[in-house]
Design a protein around this ligand. Structure first.
Ligand code: SF4
Ligand code: SF4
Length: 196
């Protein structure tokens, strides 16, 4: 299972994926879904976009990467078959931005090594990218986009590892809701179908 920790005041190097069995694409090793922001809706069309609800009952859009049991269905011959169009979460990994404006790293990735030499760190380079630099604002914009949609108007369509995933099935002109609804066709694939 993944273990994201704060990178602050530490530096890390990243070696290579060559000797790894694509752990980060494997549902049985903890990869299931990732919260997304509005920009992520635009950038991929290969996965279902669903919603989860936190303790405060506001909708969080997520991308369902695996069925929680198998490898991502875009992994072919242990390589990502949609590498150029893989979701931003996959581009960011093993790093992850956060609303607290800090960067986190998954220390279970076997290619992550903590250094004493700051010059070797790949974390700062990633933090310069717009996605990381502006993540807090992007996250808040996403929250406001779905603020008007209430939990009772969503339909629970999947439960995996005790996590409930919801769809918004009513008609609406919101372009992100439309993209979400279009993405539900991916749930008809055999890969996800046995979960329904
Ligand atoms: S990023 Fe890490 S977990 Fe993913 S394939 Fe490479 S070495 Fe493995
Ligand atoms: S899209 Fe590619 S990198 Fe991302 S989980 Fe699937 S196979 Fe792995």
């Amino acid at each position: 299972m993944k273990q994201f920790i704060l990178t602050k005041n530490k530096s890390y190097s990243f070696s290579s994926c060559e000797t790894c069995n694509a752990n980060c694409c494997n549902g049985s090793m903890g990869t299931l879904y990732s919260q997304i922001i509005l920009e992520d809706f635009e950038n991929f069309e290969n996965f279902p976009i669903l919603f989860t609800f936190g303790n405060l009952d506001f909708a969080k859009p997520v991308i369902l990467l695996t069925n929680g049991e198998k490898f991502c269905r875009h992994l072919k011959d242990m390589k990502c078959s949609i590498y150029e169009n893989r979701p931003q979460i996959c581009k960011n990994y093993p790093l992850s931005p956060n609303i607290d404006e800090q960067t986190y790293i998954d220390v279970t990735c076997p290619s992550v090594h903590e250094n004493s030499n700051d010059e070797n760190s790949f974390v700062k380079e990633k933090e310069m990218e717009d996605y990381f630099k502006n993540y807090k604002d992007l996250y808040i914009n996403t929250y406001f986009e779905f603020e008007k949609f209430k939990k009772e108007d969503y339909t629970k369509i999947l439960t995996i590892r005790n996590i409930d995933f919801f769809a918004y099935l009513k008609e609406d002109d919101n372009k992100y809701i439309k993209m979400h609804q279009n993405s539900l066709t991916h749930l008809e694939d055999e890969y996800f179908n046995n979960l329904k």
